[in-house]
Design a binder for this molecule. Structure first.
Ligand code: NI
Length: 222
């Protein structure tokens, strides 16, 4: 009787231990699955520049982090910022076209639209030896007629924190970090100091969450 009692106690203890053990194993497995960082891709894009000061600061921050971005350049901002564009190109960023004078292409006749685009491409080519292949239309105004006439790939966006308007760094960071998902294109502007600060914070936060920053050509080709 005593022996049986001891055996039962032992069995119960074993059961508890085994059960506990299995339970712990599951817990460990689950925790490791959560810890495993799955690679996710995101492209951060900057419109309306370059600006001698803010774009330069942004390039420094990107270089420190080893991160590449995409810049949609306004042609009339090129003069005087040639070195910034050269640096941008040499450091592996993708350069796209944002028209010459930031016009609404859908309210402009085709001849003038093509001039705006070609003039900007030529200026970028003169500095970098590279003809941009990607265009972001100001205000996202691009239609079928433009697609048929312009031999460039239009780029839109998935996440717009309205950085040019709010200038509230914390708000911009939260908006992007809370809404971004794998394969998204983020729209920002490199001509405001608040946007540059926010962009670098966004990059740090998203990299911690397993995001890898790529240029838009890599997102679009996927
Ligand atoms: Ni713009």
């Amino acid at each position: 009787m005593r022996y049986f009692y001891k055996k039962t106690i032992l069995a119960v203890i074993m059961l508890l231990l085994t059960g506990g053990y299995i339970h712990n194993v599951n817990l460990v497995k689950k925790v490791s699955e959560n810890i495993v960082i799955k690679e996710k891709y995101v492209a951060i894009t900057f419109d309306d520049g370059p600006d001698g000061k803010t774009t330069e600061n942004l390039l420094e921050g990107l270089k420190e982090r080893g991160v590449v971005a995409t810049f949609f350049i306004v042609g009339e901002n090129i003069e005087g910022n040639e070195e910034v564009i050269k640096k941008m190109y040499e450091e592996g960023h993708l350069i796209g076209n944002h028209t010459y004078s930031h016009i609404n292409l859908m309210q402009t006749d085709m001849k003038k639209s093509l001039e705006e685009i070609e003039k900007t491409n030529e200026k970028i080519y003169e500095i970098t030896g590279y003809y941009p292949q990607y265009i972001r239309a100001p205000y996202g105004k691009y239609d079928r007629q433009l697609e048929d006439n312009v031999d460039m790939i239009p780029v839109f966006w998935d996440v717009d924190p309205n950085d040019w308007n709010t200038k509230d760094c914390g708000k911009v960071v939260r908006t992007v970090v809370d809404s971004v998902s794998d394969g998204d294109i983020i729209l920002m502007h490199d001509i405001y100091n608040s946007s540059v600060v926010a962009a670098l914070e966004i990059i740090d936060e998203l990299r911690q969450r397993g995001y890898v920053f790529v240029t838009v050509d890599q997102i679009i080709l996927d």
